[in-house]
Design a protein around this ligand. Structure first.
Ligand code: ATP
Ligand code: IP8
Length: 264
């Protein structure tokens, strides 16, 4: 049975630019229904979600990228873990409402990093959960860092790592824009969508990806492409707009939406 890794970006499931945590409940509900229908077609699914306004503001406020540097950082680590827990509960509850069996695996409880880089971790529990027909749900989280105390583990890194290790057929990243553009579409109204990123254009594409969001700690689109480049040279990855209805079905049936990334 084919395994699909889906990352629900924080820009889709929350109002990312809100200064206080704010979920997009309607969107999460409709994505939950779509995920249910995909699972009924026989796909095995690993679900990962990002932080949006539940993670990035706090991580930035307490400078968690720098680790546990001062007393206040410990408070920041705990507050961010709690906030991500809350967002995760909202998602698990909404999955339960559509009767989709899903179980949460909080990354801070079993994954570590070293200087902000993900350490190899045991995936046997994830495999076992998949075999039971249950969807494992992981998310971007502050985790223990063996060098700097703690660091931010992005959902993007979890997605590419698991896709590689468990040999997923496809990795889908849903964000609040249609894919990768030649410049940030939220700033430049004339920005053009890049339908395919491959070995020929990746250097150019990366050059034009700059982060303008003061409240993002994981590199926005650039972070995603670098993570795909590192872990998934021969895999099909897609970045598409999770605010559009039926987007997952469109990706899995017609494969026309968003930006496809293939660095084989
Ligand atoms: P989270 O990290 O909270 O899970 P996410 O994965 O949904 O969020 P972001 O990391 O915020 O998404 O990345 C999406 C954002 O990247 C878009 O909202 C857009 O403003 C920004 N962006 C910057 N440059 C570009 C570009 N060239 N093409 C497309 N989006 C871009
Ligand atoms: O939103 C980062 O994960 P991402 C999560 O997937 C936090 O990049 C806690 C900022």
């Amino acid at each position: 049975m084919s395994l699909i890794v889906i990352k629900l970006g924080g820009s889709v499931i929350t109002h990312k630019e809100s200064s206080t945590p704010k979920p997009r409940t309607k969107i999460i509900k409709s994505l939950a229904k779509e995920i249910l229908s995909i699972s009924k077609r026989g796909y095995k699914i690993i679900l990962i979600h990002g932080g949006g306004s539940y993670g990035h503001n706090l991580a930035k406020k307490y400078n968690l990228i720098q680790g546990l540097k001062e007393k206040k950082s410990y408070e920041g680590f705990i507050k961010t873990v709690q906030s991500m827990n809350k967002l995760n509960s909202i998602i698990i509850d909404l999955l339960e409402k559509v009767v989709l069996p899903a179980v949460s695996l909080p990354p801070h409880s079993f994954i570590t990093q070293t200087n902000g880089k993900l350490n190899d971790f045991d995936t046997s529990v994830i495999r076992n959960i998949l075999e039971l027909g249950i969807i494992p749900v992981l998310y971007g989280d502050p985790v223990i860092d063996t060098k700097i105390g703690c660091s931010i583990l992005s959902g993007d890194s979890i997605a590419t790592y698991l896709a590689k290790k468990l040999n997923a057929k496809k990795v889908i990243f849903l964000t609040d824009v249609d894919g990768i553009f030649d410049s940030n579409p939220k700033i430049n109204k004339n920005a053009e969508l890049i339908p395919l990123v491959n070995n020929q254009n990746i250097t150019n594409v990366l050059k034009n990806l700059t982060s303008h969001n003061n409240f993002d700690v994981s590199g926005e689109m650039k972070g995603k492409i670098l993570s795909i480049k590192e872990n998934l040279p021969n895999k099909n990855a897609v970045i598409a707009n999770g605010l559009k209805s039926n987007i997952l079905t469109e990706i899995l049936t017609q494969n026309t939406a968003g930006t496809k990334i293939f660095l084989g």
